[in-house]
Design a protein around this ligand. Structure first.
Ligand SMILES: [Zn+2]
Ligand SMILES: [Zn+2]
Length: 174
């Protein structure tokens, strides 16, 4: 039976002694991503993650790596877009410290929130714009159709002039 995708990981189940290191391959489920009002989904929603955990004195150190394939609308033309990313992130968590820098926001007692961590790490790895193609031309400002693979002449809409300016010219004449 395939292992159910993890959202959290019981750190004590790793049975790490001080100075120990362990490598774990596990499926991690990614929640949908909200970006610029659009939703992007990991496909498949469970990624095959590799977790390296070690236990330096007084805490834990984690390294997480996974490939992810994301699908959602192009941010310019809304046609389907897809993106492949290699995500890598590190976290340290020192117990008994007042230094916030040394506490991981994903570690609570014996629990590592691996799903939330993987989600945030993916967000950080995303490019500013998710496009269907690097040179996506976007939508025609007049008719709203995609300008990709279309003849620019089809979108002159009665002259290279914006029809709103044409309307203004007409007003001036009256
Ligand atoms: Zn596009
Ligand atoms: Zn048009």
């Amino acid at each position: 039976m395939p292992e159910a995708p993890a959202m959290t990981l019981d750190i004590s189940s790793l049975n790490l002694s001080f100075g120990d290191g362990k490598r774990l391959d596990l499926p991690v489920r990614l929640e949908p991503f909200q970006l610029g009002g659009q939703t992007y989904l990991a496909s498949p929603e469970a990624v095959g993650a590799r977790l390296d955990a070690s236990r330096p004195s007084g805490g834990f150190a984690f390294r997480l790596r996974f490939p992810v394939h994301l699908e959602g609308p192009c941010m310019r033309c809304l046609e389907p877009a897809a993106l492949d990313l290699e995500v890598e992130a590190r976290e340290v968590d020192q117990a008994n410290t007042e230094d916030e820098e040394l506490r991981s926001p994903y570690v609570h007692d014996d629990e590592l929130e691996i799903g939330r961590w993987a989600h945030d790490a993916t967000m950080l790895a995303l490019p500013a714009r998710l496009l269907c193609r690097p040179d996506c031309k976007g939508l025609c400002p007049v008719c709203g159709e995609s300008l990709n693979d279309s003849d620019p002449a089809d979108h002159e809409h009665g002259g290279s002039k914006d029809p709103r300016w044409a309307a203004l010219d007409k007003l001036k004449l009256e």
